[in-house]
Write a protein that binds this ligand. Structure first.
Ligand code: AKG
Ligand code: FE2
Length: 381
């Protein structure tokens, strides 16, 4: 559909120009609010979304002092939560950005107390990704044991041992080894949430750096709740009940809600990614490709929705795949970067399968659309 052509509820132009921000003026051709611009595409989302702190409603704030102080107090409160999120667990916190990511100090992952485990889980739900430093002493067994304090530990890809037939067999099928060096330059430099080609994608991961490059190789995380929140109300309505098809290597394997309800927090995440999402169900392929391209341009051009972690030997990142996406920055070759990952799967069968919960509380679950044997078979890239 070209712009101006009617979809069921809105034109593509209406979906993407709720405040006319993309309307060029004079000789201006940039697309404010979409690529390399502020994400404040609709008035009033400042309460949900850190990306609009610097000026979304600047005009109203300048003229209405009560409104400005009300907003300021709400945001200061959020910042206090980010800095003191787990008061009982005696953890020292270093938030990486207002919305996502926190470094947790004062904990030894080889022997965390029960209060610390609970505090870390609470922080993971609030911050979407938590980080630890100086954990290089933990053994593979301790890495797995730490994961088991939170959920079931799956195989390298959650329910599956290997992604590609080329991967070497490993005596620890639950440890995914991501080794890059001069001879093996591969790193996951593409935005994604893990294993969305499966109808049962893993809950999260605990990634440990055994060897970090002297420069480069950071990992960037994006807040999938903020990605959803920053869409215009018109676009949210258009996407709300829709599903997208995901798979590896262009195969169609699973169908997931685009708007995913988090099973613990009940918050809504935008659950599409350019690595595994093939198309939006019920749309012509060309229309779907255009809409996905515009969504990705918006999703990945807002630094306020992200945090960036600089690895050192022994650093750990623990993320929630239901609320965050990630991207490993591929700028360290030819240096060595050796990572080991433990993958968490949700022990609850109802919560493990992604769903969207509608206004009546009914859950609309993901659907497997390839045969189970096909999904269980590694693919070649
Ligand atoms: O290497 C990294 O930093 C992240 C790799 C990745 O995408 C993963 O472990 O899921
Ligand atoms: Fe990943």
């Amino acid at each position: 559909m070209g712009s101006g052509v009617k979809t069921e509820t809105a034109t593509i132009a209406e979906l993407f120009e709720p405040r006319g921000l993309n309307t060029p003026r004079g000789r201006q051709t940039r697309t404010d609010g979409w690529v390399g611009g502020r994400a404040d595409t609709w008035p009033g989302h400042y309460r949900e979304n850190p990306a609009s702190r610097a000026g979304a409603d600047a005009r109203r704030m300048a003229t209405d002092g009560n409104y400005a102080s009300d907003v300021a107090e709400a945001l200061r409160g959020k910042d206090r939560v980010a800095a003191n999120g787990a008061p009982d667990a005696e953890l020292t916190l270093e938030p990486l950005s207002p919305g996502i990511g926190v470094v947790v100090h004062n904990v030894d992952l080889a022997r965390p107390t029960e209060a610390q485990v609970q505090g870390i889980w609470h922080l993971l739900m609030e911050r979407k990704v938590v980080f630890f430093r100086d954990q290089g002493h933990i053994t593979r067994e301790e890495h797995v044991a730490f994961g088991k304090r939170f959920a079931d530990v799956g195989m390298a890809y959650g329910r599956q041992k290997s992604l590609s037939a080329r991967e070497l067999p490993d005596e620890h099928p639950e440890i995914l080894r991501l080794h890059a060096n001069e001879a093996r330059p591969f790193v996951a430099a593409n935005w994604h949430s893990d294993v969305t080609w499966s109808d049962r994608p893993p809950l999260g991961s605990i990634l440990l750096s055994r060897k970090s490059p002297p420069v480069g190789g950071d990992t960037v995380f994006a807040d999938a709740f903020a990605l959803w929140d920053s869409l215009s109300p018109v676009l949210k309505t258009f996407l709300k009940s829709r599903f997208a098809i995901h798979g590896r290597g262009g195969r169609d394997e699973a169908q997931h809600p685009i708007c995913r309800t988090h099973p613990v927090t009940g918050k809504t995440a935008l659950y599409i990614n350019p690595t595994f999402t093939n198309s939006i169900c019920g749309m012509e392929l060309a229309d779907s490709a255009r809409l996905l391209a515009q969504l990705y341009a918006k999703m990945y051009s807002t630094p306020e929705h992200t945090c960036r972690f600089r690895w050192r030997d022994g650093s750990v990142a623990m993320w929630d795949n239901r609320s965050a996406q990630h991207y490993a920055v591929s700028d360290f070759w030819p240096h060595e970067r050796r990572m080991e990952r433990v993958t968490l799967v949700d022990p609850s069968p109802e919560d493990e399968v992604p769903f969207w919960e509608d206004e009546e509380g009914e859950r609309h679950y993901s659907v497997r659309i390839a045969a189970q044997e096909e999904i269980d078979t590694p693919v070649e890239y």
